[in-house]
Structures are given as structure tokens and as C-alpha cells.
Design a protein around this ligand. Structure first.
Ligand code: SAH
Length: 342
């Protein structure tokens, strides 16, 4: 992906008329072009001149794994400087959701998540984030399908890379380009309070999700190290500000760790905190990442959901396809990516 601004300045330097800029931008964002040679609306000399100056793709595909029933595909990419990036496509009857990474690795080191294990290597640019989406858009096109949703729930903490994350949201949302509705774009944060405040001031109606995982500081401190910086009272104060400013709903994600955060104490505290109509809780079964945690059985999950509903929490269980190919929530990892990239 190349930003509109870069396309415009490059074409201006080449002395080209302004309308060329839109042609190139739309060839990338609507035609999903991978090469200037494909841009047959441009004169051949211009295609060559652009190819000497710009690269349409910021990521190279290294490997793709598909889940047996075909509901999930995970692609490992490599950036121009050799860093591994993973993204996942989940296809349903009518939707096709892409889960994108915003960083190579992650600095947060949640104890149950594989992404932070080797720490943070670097932030991704908006172009590198958008290219993950365009890759799957290109794959879906022969089947006459489109990407209907994008979730910023892959590797990394989006609000530790706020500017590029927002720039990517806007590129995807641009009516003149990819044209995905703001409401079809969701950003998930571990609870970086300044980021939540900034996000609540943005004019677009992008969705926000917050990874909660525990309703007491004593427990959350042990699961999400960033809770020591932004404890639960502050997290909920920021959540309330978000709802007040945007009048939008907020989704809390809750990775269910059997015997750890599914206790009656947590249920009671969740009932006090996660109140409808603005707050909703999404339960995610813990996916094995090599740690000491245990995955809940389907019956445990349904039981927890029933207990939460009985105390007034609006609650659903998230399907997280891709476990078989280590493409499910929490399983995107540097170590794995780096190993396959060699
Ligand atoms: N850093 C952001 C974006 C990642 S979203 C955030 O934390 O929200 C990925 C989601 O998957 C988060 O809710 C994360 O907590 C969850 N997750 C991490 N490890 C998991 C695991 N092993 N099993 C299930 N979900 C996991």
C-alpha cells in the first residue's frame, strides 16, 4: 500500500496531472493491484517511472495455513526489513473478517498470550497494516467475496502504536478507496487509558473493544501487567468517558481461564462493573499457548455465561476458529513467525 499523499507527491514530482493520483490510489485500494504493470489505465512510461520510485506492496507472503474446515486462514508475511507479521482471515456465511497485527511482537506480556513472549520488535506502519487486509481482499475476489470486517486483534497493542493504527483505520474507511464502513472496523486495546481517551475523540464511528480478563485488581495484576499502570477503576472511568462522548457501546473481552477467572467472586465483580445497555462482555475460551492455564470446556463456558446473565451481564461466547493452525486469539507469535521466516 502507498498512501494517497505519497502517490500525489510522487506524481507531482513527475509532472503528472492530478487525476493520475486517483487512478493509482484506486488501482491499489479497489483493484488490489500488486504491481504498476497491472495499471493499464496509465501510460507505459509512467508505469515504469512509478515502479522505479515506489513499491505497491510493503509485505511479502511467506506461508499460509488453512484450517481443516476452511473457516480460518493464517498468513505469515515478511516486511521489507525482514520482520514477521501474521494476519488471519475468518470466513462465515455472509461475513469475511480479517484480524490484523499492529506491531511485530508486543510489549505488554499478558501471561496467557503468545504475542508478547519475545517482547516488542517494532511498530507496523499503516501501509503494512492495510496490506494485510488487501492481501485477503485479493484472495477473496475470485469467489466474488469481499472483506466485510476488520478487527485490530492480531499481534501487538494498537494504542502503543496509536497514530499508525488510526491512519490504517482511516485508509480502510476512505470512501474514495477501500471504502469499509467505520462500524465494520474494531480496535481492541488491553486498556491503555490515554489511547482510549484519544480514540473517544475521533470523529469516525470505529468500534472499541477492551481486554478485561479479570474484574479485581488483585487478579488482573497477575494476568495483564499493564493493570498496575491503569488499574480497573481507571479503566472503567475511561470506559464511561468513552460511552458518554461517543454514545457507543463498548465490548469487553474476557479470556476464560479455567479455575482462574471464572470464579463466583469475579462473576459478582463483573456484575457490578459490566452493566448494560452500554457494556457487553465477550467470553473467549483460552487457547493453548504453552502456559499453565487450562482451557474451559464448552459446558464450562455456557455455565459461566448463564451465571453472568443471571446477575444481569449482557454476554456472548466468541467463536475463535483457527485453533488447529495456531491462528486463534492469543496464538499469533513472533517465535513461530520468525522460525518459519528463516
Ligand atoms: N493487545 C490488544 C489487541 C490484541 S486482541 C488487546 O489486548 O486487546 C487479542 C485478544 O485475544 C485479546 O483480548 C487477548 O487478550 C486475547 N488473547 C490473548 N491470548 C489468548 C489466548 N491464549 N486465548 C484466547 N484469547 C487470548
Amino acid at each position: 500500500m502507498i498512501s494517497r499523499e505519497t502517490i500525489a507527491t510522487t506524481l507531482a514530482d513527475l509532472g503528472e496531472p492530478a487525476y493520475r493520483s486517483r487512478q493509482v490510489y484506486q488501482a491499489l485500494t479497489r483493484g488490489f493491484a500488486t504491481d504498476f504493470a497491472e495499471m493499464t489505465t496509465l501510460p507505459v512510461a509512467l508505469r515504469r517511472a512509478l515502479a522505479e520510485r515506489l513499491r505497491p506492496l510493503s509485505l511479502e507472503e511467506v506461508e499460509t495455513r488453512a484450517a481443516p474446515r476452511g473457516a480460518a486462514r493464517k498468513t505469515l508475511f515478511r516486511t521489507a526489513d525482514g520482520e514477521p507479521v501474521e494476519a488471519v482471515l475468518m470466513t462465515y456465511a455472509t461475513r469475511a473478517t480479517v484480524c490484523v497485527s499492529t506491531q511485530v511482537g508486543c510489549a505488554v506480556r499478558c501471561t496467557f498470550c503468545a504475542s508478547g513472549r519475545l517482547g516488542l520488535r517494532r511498530d507496523l506502519t499503516a501501509e503494512e497494516i492495510v496490506d494485510q487486509v488487501l492481501h485477503f481482499a485479493r484472495e477473496l475476489r475470485p469467489a466474488d467475496r469481499r472483506v466485510t470486517n476488520v478487527v485490530f486483534m492480531g499481534m501487538g497493542e494498537p494504542f502503543h502504536n496509536y497514530d499508525e493504527t488510526l491512519r490504517a483505520c482511516r485508509m480502510l474507511n476512505d470512501e474514495d478507496g477501500f471504502g469499509l464502513a467505520a462500524r465494520a472496523i474494531s480496535v481492541s486495546t488491553v486498556g491503555v487509558v490515554p489511547g482510549m481517551d484519544r480514540f473517544s475523540e475521533e470523529p469516525e464511528q470505529f468500534n472499541l473493544a477492551v481486554s478485561l480478563h479479570a474484574a479485581t485488581d488483585a487478579l488482573r495484576d497477575t494476568l495483564v501487567p499493564l493493570n498496575r499502570t491503569y488499574p480497573i477503576d481507571e479503566l472503567f472511568a475511561a470506559s464511561a468517558r468513552y460511552v458518554r462522548r461517543t454514545h457507543r457501546k463498548l465490548m469487553f473481552e474476557y479470556v476464560v481461564l479455567r479455575g482462574v477467572n471464572d470464579t463466583d467472586e469475579q462473576v459478582q465483580m463483573l456484575a457490578a462493573r459490566v452493566r448494560p445497555p452500554h457494556y457487553h462482555l465477550n467470553l473467549i475460551a483460552y487457547n493453548q499457548t504453552g502456559g499453565d492455564f487450562r482451557r474451559p470446556r464448552t459446558a464450562d463456558l455456557n455455565d459461566l455465561r448463564a451465571r453472568l446473565e443471571s446477575v444481569g451481564v449482557s454476554c456472548t461466547v466468541r467463536s475463535s476458529p483457527g485453533g488447529e493452525i495456531e491462528a486463534a486469539c492469543g496464538q499469533l507469535a513472533l517465535e513461530h513467525g520468525a522460525a518459519s521466516a528463516d
